[in-house]
Design a protein around this ligand. Structure first.
Ligand code: GUN
Length: 285
């Protein structure tokens, strides 16, 4: 029998802790930890994410401020808003929802956010600190994956972790965190010549490719622990369905533990955003 790693249960434990700490912060400093969420344009998925982030923030006792800007917002306008938020004493965390419309340069924009308010952990200063193994604001999705792994397995020292995908948002920071936890880390990507051969050696397999149900039973070693970061919308039997990067039905019987989609990594990402906002607020006071 494999264990289903329940992101809803674990994320609600994280959120309970944030709620308690946020109340303590308010008592101590007379203000709530503040999170500014910026959305440019009308991307439907981004709108849902932003709505969820704002709702969780409010429930957790944070002060959440939403900025919705039109699709044709200029770089200058967005930069002015970021500068204002960088200097606002009641804003401790700034999140600009990605992807941005094509005419805006994501990299430049991320670099404009004050590193101490970068609750996404995407700023080069935070990326550099993480890769040096130093204290930093850690990207929310890989942070959530680490919490689930440590809850499930305890100490990760010496385990062989295979990360499938090398994105800046998940794959790369995930590899850094696993290395920091003393795993032996392999990163597989689109140019890897023998991906299945490598992934079959994994004690821990993290799938973050954005390809529906790509990881089948021939990718996993029996008894391995699987974290599925993928969120893919597919059509099946005329219905829209949310699936991960892992073929759950095929892989689940073989493994020690696995995260479902939905209800796995997704809720953890939002909980870790709240956690980062609290960490940022404490560092600024
Ligand atoms: N879009 C998809 N994932 C993320 C994320 O983690 N942070 C931001 N800012 N945008 C995203």
């Amino acid at each position: 029998m494999s264990t289903r790693i329940d992101g809803k249960v674990i994320s609600s434990q994280v959120l309970e802790e944030v709620k308690k700490d946020a109340a303590e912060f308010y008592q101590q400093f007379g203000i709530k930890p503040g999170l500014a969420v910026v959305l440019v344009g009308e991307d439907p998925a981004s709108q849902v994410y932003v709505r969820n982030k704002t709702a969780r923030a409010t429930e957790s006792g944070l002060n959440s401020i939403e900025y919705r800007l039109p699709e044709d917002t200029s770089e200058q306008t967005l930069n002015l808003l970021i500068e204002k938020l960088n200097n606002a004493p009641d804003v401790h965390g700034i999140l600009v929802q990605l992807p941005l419309p094509d005419h805006l340069d994501e990299e430049k924009l991320i670099a404009a956010i004050a590193p101490e308010k970068d609750v996404d952990g995407f700023h080069p200063v935070n990326v550099g600190a993480l890769s040096l193994g130093k204290k930093s604001l850690v990207p929310c999705t890989p942070q959530g994956c680490m919490i689930m792994l440590e809850k499930t397995l305890g100490d990760l020292s010496g385990k062989h972790a295979v990360v499938v995908g090398r994105s800046n948002i998940v794959g790369k920071p995930m590899a850094s965190l696993l290395l920091k936890a003393n795993c032996t880390v392999t990163v597989i990507h689109s140019r890897t010549t023998n991906p299945k051969q490598l992934s079959q050696q994994a004690d821990i397999l993290v799938a973050a490719v954005g390809s529906p149900e790509m990881i089948g039973k021939d990718w996993v070693k029996p008894g391995c622990t699987v974290i599925d970061v993928g969120i893919n919308v597919i059509e099946r039997e005329g219905k829209r369905k949310l699936v991960g990067d892992v073929n759950y039905a095929e892989v689940e019987p073989l493994v020690n533990a696995i995260t479902p989609v939905p209800g796995g990594v997704g809720p953890m990402t939002i909980a870790c955003l709240m956690r980062n906002t609290l960490i940022a607020a404490r560092q600024q006071h």
